[in-house]
Design a protein around this ligand. Structure first.
Ligand code: ADP
Ligand code: ZN
Length: 749
C-alpha cells in the first residue's frame, strides 16, 4: 500500500504525538510523496508531520490500525478525514529505506516511531530552519565617481583602507578598521562605498584555506584492506593501531564510492571532530564534504543538511546523528573508533550509531567499515567467532614510526605514610624533564577534573556531599567552590564541618587543576595547557587550545578523556597516564576492564606519531591487573580473548542482550515499590532473565531517587516485548515516576 507517488490518503506521523499515525486526505493539486514534511490540521491547530505512506483506500476505517484524530478523541467520526494543509518542500525528508531503518530502530530500542523520526533530523531542519542569513557587506566603489563631495582627511584614510582590504562584512570590518557604522554609512551616502545585503555563506568550511591532497600509494596491508572493503558484502572491521593508515584507506574507499556515483558517511566521535579531522577529508574531496556537528550554528546545520539532501555534498563527516544524513544513494558508511561510547545516545532513543550504521548499510546495500585500534568486544566477536563481519588488520604504523615503549610504574611503592600516593612518580618526573629539555612535548592524562574530588573534614573525616545527589562535591581551587559534577550545584566551602563543627578541611585526591598546580612546583618554566570540561566551555575553545598546543605554544597538554582520541601531534614524545586504574574501580560495571584497556591504548597512541620515538608511562596502584598489563603490552587480541571468555562464563554481553530499566522519581519509597513490582513481573515473563530491583549505583541524582532492573535475554525483541507488557510505553512518564528503558546499555549508573 505504500507507494512513493500518488495516493488519495496519507499516513502521517505528527510531531509531538507519539506512537500513532494519522490519516489525512491528499488534496487535489498538491504533490505529496512518501517522506515529505507536511503541515496538517491537528485538533484546533496546524502541526508539522511526515508522510509515512500513501494509499488509495482510506485505512482509517473502523478496525484498521491507524486512527484519525477524531476517533482518538472519541468524537463522532467525521464525514471525511481532514486534508493535508501544506507540503512546503519539493523534496522528501526521508527515503523509504530511511523510514524502514527508523521503524527498526523504534522497535529495537523500544521507543515510539515519531520519536525515532524526530531524532533523525537536526533540530534546525525539523524547525524548518531560519532563512539563509543576510548580512550587510561593504564594497568600495572604484574609482570614486567624479563630482563627489570631498572627503575629510580621516574619511580619505578610511576609504583607502577599505580599498586595500577590498571591503567585507560590515560588522567585522568596523572592528578591523576601528571605525563606526555611522562613519561607514556617511561614506556610503557620499557615494564612495556600497553597503549591500547579501546572503551569507553558511558553510562551515567556507573561508578555510585547505591544500588539496592526492591519494597516497598504499602500503601492501592498506591495499589488501581496501580490496576487502570494496569486495565484501558484510561490514568490514578494520583493526589497526592509531597511525596505521586507516584514514587513508577510508578516503580511498570513499573515492571509489564517489566514482560509482554514490555518497559516503564518515562517523567520528564527537570529541575527535576537530578541524584537523575535517580538513583531511576536505583536502581530498573539497566542496563535496559536508560537516554535521552540534557545535555548528543552527543556520550552518540547516544549510549543510539541505546541501546533502540535494546531492550537492556527497561526503558527510559528523558525529553519531550523522548516521541519518540524507545521502542518497548511499554507497559507504564508515564508523571510525567504532568502540567509542559516544556513539550511544544517552537520551531516548538510546540508539548506538554504530549498530544503526550496520543496519542502514545492510538495508541500502552500502559498504560498511568499522575502524578501531581497540574494537568493542561486540564487534570483535562478530568478526571472529561469528563471521558476521570481515576482519582486516593493519599491523604497524605507516612509514616505520614505531609503537611507543610503555612502562608501568607501581604507585604503591611511592606511597608515603600519611600522604597517600604522589601525583608524579620519580620516573615520570625524570621523563618529563628530559622531554622538555629536548624541546619536545608531553601529554598528561587524568580522567578527573577539578582540584580534588573529595573535600573532607580534617577532624571527623566527614566529606561534603551534594545536597541533591548521592555524590561528593569536588573542590575547585580556581574559584574556591565545591561543585557537584552530576547536577552542577555549587557552594562555597563551609567554615566549619556540618557534623562535628571543626573548622578544618582537607581537599583529598587529585583532579586536573591540582595536577596543574603541582606541575608549576616541579617544572616552573613549563607552559601547560589544561583541557577539561571547565576549560573548554566556549564554542571554539576546544579547537583553540589544541591549535595552540600544535603550534608549540605549550610544552605540556594536561587533560581528561577529551584529549584521548583522534589527535595527531608529531612533536609529542611522552605520554603520562597519572592514574590508570581510575576507571577500573567502578562498582557493578562489567565493562570497566574493557574501557580501561581502550583508554590506555588510545592515550598511549598519542605518543611518537611523528619521526621521533615515543614513550608512555602508566602510573597505577594495580600493576598486575590483566587489562592494564595487556594494554601496556599492546596486546589487544590477548585481552579480547580473555575478556570474552569471562563474559561468556558470566552470560554477559556480547553473549546476551542486556537492558537496564531505571525508575526515577522524587519519592524513594514509591520508586522502590514500582521497581520491585516491575522486577517481579518481568521475572515471570518467559524467555528472559530479570534480576531483582536494586538501588542504582547513583542512587540519587538531582533530587530524584533511582532504582534499576537489569534484564537479559537472547534478543532485544524478547526484552522489548516483556517491557511493553509490564510497563507499557504510555505509562512510563508521569510527574512522580519516569521509567527509562536502555537496550544495550553501556553504562550502568
Ligand atoms: P590512522 O587513521 O590509522 O590513525 P592515518 O591514515 O592517519 O592513520 O595515517 C597516519 C599517518 O601516515 C598520516 O600522516 C598519513 O598521512 C600517513 N600515511 C597513511 N598512509 C600512507 C601511505 N600509504 N604512504 C605514506 N604515508 C601514509
Ligand atoms: Zn548534585
Amino acid at each position: 500500500m505504500s507507494e512513493s507517488n500518488g495516493g488519495a490518503y496519507a499516513q502521517v506521523a505528527v510531531e509531538q504525538v507519539p506512537d500513532r499515525l494519522f490519516t489525512y486526505a491528499v488534496p487535489p493539486g498538491l504533490e505529496v510523496r512518501v517522506g515529505m514534511r507536511v503541515t496538517v490540521p491537528w485538533r484546533q491547530i496546524l502541526r508539522q508531520g511526515y508522510v509515512i505512506s500513501l494509499s488509495d483506500v482510506c485505512p482509517a476505517l473502523p478496525g484498521r490500525g491507524a486512527k484519525t484524530d477524531a476517533d482518538l478523541f472519541g468524537e463522532a467520526p467525521p464525514p471525511r478525514v481532514k486534508a493535508i494543509a501544506e507540503a512546503p518542500d519539493p523534496l522528501p525528508y526521508f527515503t523509504e529505506t530511511t523510514l524502514r531503518l527508523l521503524r527498526w530502530m523504534a522497535a529495537y530500542y523500544d521507543v515510539g516511531f515519531t520519536l525515532a523520526l524526530r531524532s533523525a533530523l537536526p533540530a534546525p531542519v525539523r524547525e524548518g530552519g531560519s532563512r539563509a542569513r543576510e548580512l550587510l557587506t561593504v564594497a568600495p566603489i572604484l574609482p570614486p565617481p567624479p563630482h563627489r563631495p570631498p572627503l575629510s582627511k580621516r574619511q580619505k584614510a578610511l576609504y583607502e583602507d577599505i580599498v586595500r582590504v577590498d571591503g567585507g562584512l560590515l560588522a567585522p570590518l568596523c572592528k578591523e578598521l576601528s571605525t563606526t557604522l555611522q562613519t561607514l554609512r556617511r561614506l556610503a551616502a557620499m557615494g564612495y562605498i556600497a553597503v549591500e545585503r547579501r546572503e551569507a555563506p553558511r558553510n562551515p568550511l567556507a573561508g578555510r584555506r585547505i591544500l588539496p591532497t592526492k591519494p597516497l600509494p598504499l602500503t601492501e596491508a592498506q591495499a589488501a584492506a581496501l580490496r576487502v572493503i570494496l569486495a565484501e558484502r558484510r561490514p568490514t572491521l578494520l583493526f589497526g593501531v592509531t597511525g596505521s593508515g586507516k584514514t587513508e584507506v577510508y578516503m580511498q574507499a570513499i573515492a571509489q564510492t564517489l566514482a560509482e556515483g554514490r555518497g559516503a558517511i564518515v562517523l567520528v566521535p564527537e570529541i575527535a571532530l576537530t578541524p584537523q579531522t575535517v580538513n583531511r577529508f576536505a583536502a581530498r574531496f573539497g566542496q563535496q564534504v559536508a560537516v554535521l556537528h552540534s557545535a555548528l550554528g543552527d543556520g550552518e546545520r540547516h544549510d549543510e543538511w539541505h546541501r546533502i539532501r540535494r546531492g550537492e555534498a556527497r561526503v558527510v563527516v559528523g558525529p553519531r546523528s550523522a548516521v541519518f544524513a540524507p545521502v542518497n544513494p548511499l554507497g559507504l558508511l564508515i564508523v571510525d573508533e567504532e568502540h567509542d561510547s559516544g556513539y550511544k545516545q544517552d537520551e531516548s532513543p538510546r540508539y548506538s550509531a554504530r549498530d544503526v550504521a550496520v543496519m542502514r548499510a545492510n538495508l541500502e546495500g552500502a559498504r560498511c567499515v568499522l575502524g578501531s585500534a581497540t574494537p568493542s568486544l561486540e564487534s570483535w566477536r562478530n568478526a571472529t567467532e561469528l563471521g558476521k563481519y570481515a576482519l582486516v588488520r593493519l599491523p604497524g604504523r605507516v612509514g616505520g614510526a614505531t609503537l611507543p615503549d610503555v612502562a608501568i610504574v607501581d604507585l604503591r611503592e611511592a606511597v608515603r605514610p600519611g600522604q597517600g600516593a604522589p601525583i608524579f612518580s620519580e620516573p615520570l618526573i625524570d621523563a618529563l624533564k628530559s622531554c622538555l629539555e629536548r624541546g619536545e612535548q608531553a601529554i598528561l592524562f587524568l580522567n578527573r577534573r577539578g582540584y580534588a574530588p573529595t573535600y573532607q573534614c580534617g577532624a571527623c573525616g566527614e566529606p561534603i556531599a551534594c545536597p541533591h545527589c548521592s555524590a561528593r562535591m569536588t573542590y575547585h581551587a580556581k574559584d574556591d567552590t565545591l561543585r557537584c559534577h552530576l547536577c552542577g550545584a555549587w557552594q562555597r566551602p563551609p567554615a566549619a564541618c556540618p557534623r562535628c563543627g571543626a573548622p578544618l578541611f582537607k581537599p583529598l585526591g587529585v583532579g586536573t587543576q591540582r595536577v596543574e598546580a603541582a606541575l608549576g612546583a616541579i617544572l616552573p618554566r613549563a607552559r601547560v595547557i589544561r583541557m577539561d570540561a571547565d576549560s573548554t566551555g566556549r564554542r571554539h575553545s576546544h579547537d583553540e587550545l589544541l591549535s595552540a598546543f600544535r603550534a608549540k605554544e605549550a610544552d605540556i597538554l594536561l587533560g581528561t578523556q577529551m584529549i584521548a582520541k583522534g589527535l595527531d601531534f608529531p612533536n609529542v614524545t611522552l605520554v603520562g597516564i597519572l592514574a590508570a586504574d581510575r576507571s577500573l574501580n567502578i562498582p557493578y560495571d562489567f565493562r570497566a576492564p574493557e574501557r580501561t584497556f581502550q583508554l590506555i591504548a588510545q592515550v598511549s597512541g598519542r605518543a611518537g606519531r611523528g619521526a621521533l620515538p615515543g614513550r608512555v608511562i602508566v602510573q597505577t596502584l594495580q600493576p598486575e591487573h590483566p587489562a592494564i598489563r595487556a594494554a601496556c603490552d599492546c596486546a589487544y587480541e590477548r585481552f579480547a580473548a580473555e575478556e570474552l571468555e569471562a563474559r561468556r562464563d558470566a552470560g554477559l554481553p556480547p553473549y546476551a542482550k542486556l537492558a537496564c530499566v531505571t525508575f526515577v522519581g522524587p519519592d524513594p519509597e514509591a520508586v522502590r515499590r514500582a521497581a520491585e513490582t516491575a522486577a517481579r513481573r518481568l521475572a515471570a515473563c518467559r524467555g528472559l532473565e530479570a534480576l531483582p530491583a536494586m538501588p542504582a549505583p547513583l542512587e540519587r541524582k538531582e533530587d530524584r531517587w533511582r532504582w534499576q532492573i537489569l534484564v537479559k535475554a537472547p534478543s532485544s525483541k524478547a526484552i522489548v516485548a516483556a517491557c511493553d507488557h509490564v510497563i507499557p510505553r504510555d505509562t512510563r512518564v508521569s510527574d512522580d515516576l519516569r521509567v527509562l528503558v536502555d537496550v544495550d546499555a553501556l553504562f550502568l549508573a
